[in-house]
Design a protein. Structure first.
Length: 147
């Protein structure tokens, strides 16, 4: 039997903290790859077509930025790799968003509804000039009671 001492860390199972950090890094890298995929930087694995979905890519990039800001338990190399990845994704997003024409194919409810011109003109008027009692008739309140 060989009695040579093992180097530190070899042959020992990783600690729970190390495993958690590894899993977190894998999740962050999957998010980074997905953001790149949604910006059309890589073809979709099953269809082979390039997808461009900038709103969802921006959500992933924002999540990665948040994680990079709270990555206290990562080593310096891992932290730098994460920050570089986020920086590259931000640059790619800005480049892609600048070249892409806005499309109106977003699902209903994603974009805020546009107000009619009359409503926006009323919103710009000062509040003192408008008296609610004069413009709106008094309304009765109805209350339903259960006996």
């Amino acid at each position: 039997m060989d009695d040579a001492p093992l180097p530190p860390g070899d042959g020992l199972p990783p600690s729970e903290g190390d495993m958690a950090i590894d899993v977190m890094l894998q999740v962050l890298m999957i998010q980074a790859r997905t953001a790149a995929l949604l910006m059309g930087q890589a073809p979709h694995p099953s269809t082979g077509q390039r997808i461009t979905d900038l709103p969802r890519a921006k959500i992933l990039i924002d999540q990665l930025e948040t994680a990079a800001g709270q990555s206290d338990k990562l080593s310096l190399d891992e932290n730098q790799m994460l920050k570089d990845t986020v920086h590259q994704l931000r640059l790619a997003y800005v480049e892609k968003a600048g070249t892409e024409e806005p499309k109106d194919d977003s699902p209903p409810g994603d974009a805020p509804a546009k107000e009619p011109k009359e409503a926006s003109a009323d919103a710009d008027a000062p509040a003192e000039s408008k008296k609610p009692e004069e413009e709106e008739p008094a309304r009765k309140r109805f209350v339903k009671k259960y006996d």
